[in-house]
Design a protein around this ligand. Structure first.
Ligand SMILES: Nc1ncnc2c1ncn2[C@@H]1O[C@H](COP(=O)(O)OP(=O)(O)OP(=O)(O)O)[C@@H](O)[C@H]1O
Ligand SMILES: O=P(O)(O)OC[C@H]1O[C@H](OP(=O)(O)OP(=O)(O)O)[C@H](O)[C@@H]1O
Ligand SMILES: [Mg+2]
Length: 413
């Protein structure tokens, strides 16, 4: 297996000092590695599979270390760090969210892993695989991150240092669930309890489940009382496992359900482990101790809240016929979709059709939830409205976001 360089590590200054190029499983270990001794100061960033490859090559006594909670690195770092997914759908979703919040990420070239956000000074942006975003939050190498909740739950391992500042960024929506084949011994199995009760599973022949979520998976299955279970892992295309005969069931992410259907699999009732979407997560220690982190988190949270709130709403302006603002208000408030955020804004429209200033119309401004827009237009017309203008909103800045207050409470502020 070819192993890619992890060139960001030395500049990230985290628990590794150098990186190396490629090595083939079972082949000679690269020269630099064979020179390195356990206990020396040389720390190497590599894929975890590399450590296994080196061990099987038998040329090194290299020890794999994982950043663990409390094992804080980079204590002297002066800058705040935000880690973002380096590839895939979550990278796209994150970059477009930040752009929509007028915080475009500036990356000098596509293969560089460091970037910045011109709108946020004193903040470094680092691109990392999602699992590494969570690991580096836990090790103190980065302060904040945007990733899928599934990754926080899996690699965060319930670490109390990880705080979800925003738990619903409205992209990357999916859930983690158990699925079995639609055919054979599973034909009449539709729930997790039925799966657990199948006589086939014994300690000699456990239920084999393939998943990328071993932490969440084993915890969930234990809690649900499935005892004779063996989890195996794969990096992708897990849905092939049952048909290939390498697994009986899968525990994987589901969004539209197409991949399950196309591979003759069905989800089990009671088999949903978690729902997931993009989240804004931070290290509690960093929020409390590193100067500037809380301020950056506040700025990001305010923008996310204002943008996401606005994204679901239209601004509607219309002229309403009426004898008084009170009468117009009364007519509007009778309609279910015309209440606005706090209530409609109503202002007199002065015309001089008769040579003197007269009020025949009132202009109203309301916010309407996007799914309700056509109902709102119908209701406006029936209440005497005309000239209805509908525009998208960029931000809705309301009072202090509830999530900000909640964060301060969590931090004891
Ligand atoms: N089908 C999906 N629809 C929506 N979001 C998804 C879907 N699958 C995964 N996600 C979300 O996107 C995250 C990253 O998944 P993605 O498939 O982009 O990366 P990966 O599986 O780690 O890598 P790759 O598939 O490129 O090898 C997941 O952790 C989850 O939060
Ligand atoms: O319910 P659906 O909309 O079909 O989406 C679910 C699929 O999406 C993800 O896979 P991905 O596309 O990332 O491929 P991978 O298995 O190679 O990771 C996930 O692992 C499922 O296989
Ligand atoms: Mg994937």
């Amino acid at each position: 297996m070819a192993m890619a360089t992890t060139a960001a590590a030395p500049s990230l200054g985290c628990s590794r000092d150098v990186s190396f190029g490629t090595a083939m499983r079972g082949q000679a270990v690269p020269l630099e590695l064979s020179k390195c001794r356990v206990g020396s100061q040389l720390r190497i960033a590599c894929h975890s599979s590399t450590v296994r490859a080196c061990a099987s090559a038998g040329t090194t006594t290299l020890k794999q270390t994982r950043a663990t909670p409390g094992e804080k690195q980079n204590v002297d770092r002066q800058t705040c760090r935000l880690a973002l997914p380096s590839k895939g759908r979550m990278a796209e979703g994150t970059l477009s969210l930040l752009k929509d919040c007028s915080l475009p990420v500036r990356k000098l070239n596509p293969r560089q892993y460091i970037a910045d956000i011109p709108g946020l000074k004193d903040l470094e942006v680092w691109f990392q695989r999602e699992s590494d975003v969570v690991r580096k939050l836990r090790s103190g190498d980065v302060d904040m991150g945007i990733v899928g909740y599934d990754v926080v739950a899996e690699f965060g391992e319930d670490d109390p240092d990880l705080i979800l500042i925003h738990d619903a960024l409205q992209f990357g929506e999916c859930h983690l669930g158990v699925a079995v084949p639609t055919y054979g011994i599973f034909e009449s199995i539709n729930t997790l309890s039925q799966l657990a009760a199948m006589p086939q599973w014994t300690s000699e022949r456990p239920l084999r489940i393939v998943t990328g979520f071993t932490y969440l998976g084993s915890k969930f299955l234990r809690e649900k009382g499935l005892h004779h279970v063996e989890l195996s892992t794969a990096d992708g295309a897990l849905e092939a496992g049952p048909a290939m005969g390498t697994a009986d069931a899968i525990l994987d992410l589901v969004s539209s359900g197409t991949t399950l259907r196309e591979n003759n699999l069905k989800e089990l009732e009671g088999g949903k482990v978690i729902s997931s979407q993009g989240v804004f997560v931070a290290s509690k220690k960093a929020l409390m101790n590193r100067p500037g982190v809380l301020e950056s988190a506040h700025e990001l949270l305010e923008r996310f809240e204002a943008h996401l709130r606005a994204r679901g709403q239209f601004s509607v302006v219309a002229n309403m016929r009426g004898n008084s603002a009170d009468e117009v208000a009364h007519n509007l408030l009778k309609m279910t979709s015309l209440h606005g955020l706090q209530g409609p804004t109503i202002s007199p429209v002065y015309s001089n059709s008769t040579g003197e200033a007269r009020v025949e119309y009132y202009a109203i401004v309301i916010c309407v939830a996007k799914p309700d827009i056509f109902k709102a237009v119908r209701e406006l017309r029936s209440a005497g409205g005309s000239g209805v203008l509908v525009s998208p909103l960029t931000y809705i800045f309301d009072e202090e976001p509830v999530r900000w207050r909640k964060l301060l409470d969590t931090l004891g502020r």
